[in-house]
Design a protein around this ligand. Sequence first.
Ligand SMILES: Cc1cc2nc3c(=O)[nH]c(=O)nc-3n(C[C@H](O)[C@H](O)[C@H](O)COP(=O)(O)OP(=O)(O)OC[C@H]3O[C@@H](n4cnc5c(N)ncnc54)[C@H](O)[C@@H]3O)c2cc1C
Length: 476
Amino acid sequence: MPFPYKKLTEDDIAAIYAITDKDRVILGDDIPSEYYHDEMPEYGIFRPDLYVEVLNKEEISEIMKYAYRENIPVTVRGAGTGLSGGATCKYGGIMMSVMRMNKIFPIDFKNQTITCQPGAFLVDVQAAAAAGGLFYPPDPGEKTASIGGNVITNAGGMKAVRYGLTRDFVRCIEAVMPDGSIMQFSSNVVKNTTGYDIKDLIIGSEGTLCVLTEVTLKLIPKPTCSCTLVMPFRSLEECADMVPQVLALPFVPTAIEFLERELIDIVEKTLHKMFPVKEGEAALIVMYDASTKMELDEAVRLAAESALAHGALDVAIADTAERAGSVWAVRGAILEGMKADSVSQEECDVVVPRSEIAEYVKQAKKIASSYGLRVEPCGHCGDGNIHTELLRGKDQTDEEWHSATQGALKELYALSKRLGGQMSGEHGTGNGRIEYLKEFVGDRMISLYKAVKLAFDDKLILNPGKIIEFNYTSYT
Ligand SMILES: Cc1cc2nc3c(=O)[nH]c(=O)nc-3n(C[C@H](O)[C@H](O)[C@H](O)COP(=O)(O)OP(=O)(O)OC[C@H]3O[C@@H](n4cnc5c(N)ncnc54)[C@H](O)[C@@H]3O)c2cc1C
């Protein structure tokens, strides 16, 4: 297919050197292969033509102006921990890393906000908030993701049940547009109905609309105490049935996760992280935060009683940081464990209404086994976001694996839709799910997506080929 993009010339390289610095640019085959993919190499391996580390918004603006004029594709790279094949140069061109722009500015206590550059690590933003006695709650599994990546993918994570998503904490955004102009979206205000809410469109846009250069995030008072409960059950389905029971209690849980014994065994065997509860074929992990010990004790008591009344084999209460740490360490290592225990993985990230979690799990297992696939549904069951991991066995040929996963994914997405769910709860579309999106959302929605993309990026130079694919000869 003929693409309208210009192949980088010596003049283009000289122009990028002039805007930045030779020491921050790597060319062609010298670019380390880690930049050819994100955490899911299965979703495409693409070598950028030029990799550059930018230091400020002015450099970004100059690069974008140049790329816009010369028709050169640009893809922004955060920490590269994405799970959708998003931060890759599908059509070559420039990969622009924002990881050196990692300043975290002092907390604005009057507004209870913190402002950061995009390359700050999530873990450092959380620590900066805590150092000021405040709390930044979004808690995706990967703490070394960049805060810019979190905002642009609208990262979810464990604590979404109580606190919400990254989106719920974004007050305002500064960004560079594909033509190089620098814009501010909203300001440090609590409400805003001024015009269309473009800030919210940018959150979750996966680097296809603009380059995030600064973000201001809401902070909240820190909970003073927390407790994690582990409820072993006979099956994952029983865990799923327990979720609405926990949600019906008068205390809002911070997190509700589930995992099967097989997955716990994988993490214990491959990564030597030991799960403290041995009984049961599956475990439901429930966490509560509270501002008083009395409130916490009451929440824990009610949840434990409810679990035992609904078939839990036991309830283990991890009420010290060390005990809770050993539970969450196993939960946090699932992806790494699965990678160590299989040749490759396919990541299905559907989200279904909470009322349908048990039905989804039951049907998903049937679908995967009808294709001869090993399946591990796990993860954020408290918000219906079930990571349905398909694992490739040693004996499967490329062809067997691809045709089985394609067939299974189609059925899993159709199942999610039938149950009133969505295709992706938090990992996004990127390059990895693009072929399924059109069928899921339909033609009218795709044309709306295209209109949005063109309104921001009329030359389609920013992260092209992600979320939606255009016919590049006619731009339709
Ligand atoms: C072990 C593990 C656990 C995870 N757990 C979770 C989880 O619980 N919840 C969850 O939501 N995700 C999770 N993720 C996925 C991943 O960490 C998130 O998607 C994260 O937000 C990506 O941030 P990043 O800095 O790595 O972005 P990258 O992977 O570098 O980029 C992701 C996308 O954002 C774009 N982008 C990055 N920075 C900018 C910017 N400044 N401006 C414009 N575009 C930009 C890129 O072009 C790309 O399309 C997990 C990943 C791993 C490996």
